[in-house]
Design a protein around this ligand. Structure first.
Ligand SMILES: [Zn+2]
Ligand SMILES: [Zn+2]
Length: 145
């Protein structure tokens, strides 16, 4: 497991997580890093990523570790948006493969509206495809006690 999640030298998000890029970091702690999407699709559009290289939502397990990781990502995103866009409506979620742009798990955090407005198409949930809301994912990987 540790091997699979080790830092990948060619992964752009691993570079950001290890602080070897010029990206401005909005939040960072021992588990996660948050920064602005390079091509924002909304009034505010942040990404929250785990420092560990986890490729996609399909690689998340029903473990206490992954469950608390995703909860922590969502909490960090919510804190940043309520600081920077207190009046807005928010949306949080993940792309499912093959619709993910970068193969390193990242939570999209939006303060709406989308800009331009047609951008919402990129973040639609199409049944089992497309975008998955963070709440739904958290429900899915909740460890059964
Ligand atoms: Zn990575
Ligand atoms: Zn994405």
């Amino acid at each position: 497991m540790a091997g699979v999640r080790a830092l990948q030298p060619n992964c752009i998000f691993c570079k950001i997580a290890s602080d070897s890029s010029t990206t401005t970091i909005l939040h960072s702690d021992d588990k996660i890093v948050a920064f602005q999407d390079i091509r924002p699709s909304a009034f505010r559009h942040y990404l929250v990523i785990p420092k560990a290289h986890i490729s996609t939502v399909n690689d998340l397990q029903k473990t206490a570790e992954d469950y608390s990781l995703v909860n922590h990502m969502l909490e960090a995103g919510r804190t940043l948006l309520s600081r920077d866009a207190p009046q807005c409506q928010y949306r949080f979620g993940f792309h499912r493969p093959p619709f993910n742009s970068v193969n390193h798990l990242h939570l999209h955090c939006f303060a709406l509206p989308y800009t331009p407005r047609w951008k919402y198409i990129k973040y639609m949930s199409l049944g089992p495809l497309g975008f998955i809301e963070a709440d739904k994912l958290i429900e899915k990987i909740k460890p059964s006690t």
